[in-house]
Design a protein around this ligand. Structure first.
Ligand code: CMC
Length: 395
């Protein structure tokens, strides 16, 4: 391969040193700063997790209160953002809107755009974490033609998000604790995942010295794809499609299609570059499914039953066994979100909201690393040798 190592898809290239997230793909283990995801998801809340990812440690009581205060101080967005939002069609995909709005933040917060200034990095981190729920809820309300609901800072991060999503000015919104806890858990499970495509995009984008808002907007854009964050939307659409076409009875035919090399059909929410075992986030998501559906009296939700039947059949099929394909986080997260009342088209925007903290933690780690340089992959050139331009009549 000549002077450079050829590694398409970065199957064997480590792009950085990182001390944030550890994955053991064979064991199905995920740790944020050393803490198992199972413990964080059951004993901490999302803001504790943000503190951990950003500063390296879980907060003590005092730090917890001051971090919450800091974040809630920044939950509003500049009123002008409403006019920017209004330029979109009402049926715009929320991820198109989010890519624009997040990038647009750089135009509003000039005092936090110098990526090389640690103070700017700190304040842009807080602003992004604080404003993402407001922006996602605004994108949703705009799409359905309802008034925006302003943040309410005496609520928890996740209860505030639920209120901005589902509240109206007509009546006080009372968040259901089980649903708030479920959405908080979704945020925790999606908060970071080391050097995946969107995180690597954020690092590469930020390595040019661009501002943090622009780098995070690049991450949002990358996350949108169905092989990455868009898989939650694609997985739910797939389940609904199977349900419409015969439900559990249809699974056999569907699996046959997936296994057909010429079909291009994938079992969405299955498979992972790093996990060659059950994704620990999928296990927690499946538990959350049970909790949410029983809290809502939907024990017999046909889509959840279908998903479990599909999982069972796939895990016993030699195609999936041989390739070590297991459910990933996206397989069950859609069912939880749908039960909460979140429309399918918003799923990936919620993933982006949650991943924002991971992107920023990774970006800040890169900038603070004395070895960091602009990212500049090389290539193996396989095109034409030097040649002369012919006059147009001779081409
Ligand atoms: N359904 C059917 N076959 C699959 C699937 C799937 N979901 N995933 C992988 N395979 C097959 C693939 O066709 C290949 O088969 P063969 O060796 O015969 O050519 C083999 O398994 C290895 O797959 P790969 O595509 O080389 O693996 P990768 O590491 O490049 O891709 C992936 C990983 C996540 C993109 C892929 O598994 C996939 O497309 N899954 C479905 C989309 C999805 O659920 N994505 C969410 C990932 S987790 C959350 C996130 O990252 O946002």
């Amino acid at each position: 391969t000549g002077k450079f190592t050829y590694d398409p898809g970065f199957l064997s290239t480590a792009s950085c040193n990182s001390s944030i997230t550890y994955i053991d793909g064979d064991k199905g283990e995920l740790l944020y700063r050393g803490y198992p995801i199972e413990q964080l998801a059951t004993q901490c809340d999302f803001l504790d997790t943000c503190h951990l990812l950003l500063y390296g440690e879980l907060p003590n009581l005092e730090q917890q209160a001051s971090f919450k205060k800091l974040v809630t101080n920044h939950t509003m967005v500049n009123e002008q953002m409403q006019f920017f939002l209004r330029g979109f069609r009402r049926d715009a995909h929320p991820m198109a809107v989010m890519t624009g709005l997040v990038g647009g933040l750089s135009a509003f917060y000039h005092d936090s755009t110098d990526i090389n200034n640690p103070k700017h990095r700190e304040i842009s981190a807080i602003r992004l974490i604080a404003k993402m729920p407001t922006l996602v809820a605004m994108a949703y309300k705009y799409g359905i033609g309802q008034p925006y609901i302003y943040p309410k800072n005496d609520l928890s991060y996740s209860a505030n998000f639920m209120r901005m999503m589902f509240g109206t000015p007509c009546e006080e919104y009372a968040p259901n604790d089980v649903l708030v806890r479920a959405i908080d858990r979704i945020f925790i499970l999606h908060a970071d995942h080391e050097q995946n495509a969107s995180t690597s995009t954020v690092r590469l984008c930020g390595s040019s010295g661009t501002n943090p808002f622009a780098a995070i907007a690049a991450g949002v854009a990358c996350l949108w794809g169905p092989a990455h964050g868009g898989a939650n939307e694609a997985a739910l659409n797939m389940l609904e499609d199977i349900q419409r076409n015969g439900g559990v009875e249809r699974i056999g035919e569907f699996i046959k299609q997936v296994k057909d090399k010429n079909s291009n059909v994938k079992l969405m929410g299955f498979g992972h570059r790093v996990y060659k075992n059950y994704d620990p986030r999928a296990k927690l998501m499946r538990e959350t499914c049970h909790e949410v559906l029983s809290a809502l009296g939907l024990h017999d939700d046909p889509l959840f039953k279908l998903a479990m039947a599909l999982e069972k059949i796939a895990l016993e099929d030699e195609y999936f066994v041989a390739r070590k394909l297991y459910p990933n986080v996206d397989f069950y997260s859609g069912i939880v979100q749908r039960a909460i009342g979140i429309p399918v088209s918003l799923f990936t925007a919620i993933f982006a909201l949650a991943r924002t903290v991971g992107w920023i933690a990774q970006l800040n780690e890169m900038i603070a690393d004395p070895e960091y340089k602009i990212g500049r992959p090389r290539q193996l050139f396989v095109g034409s040798k030097a040649r002369d331009v012919k006059p147009i009549g001779e081409r």
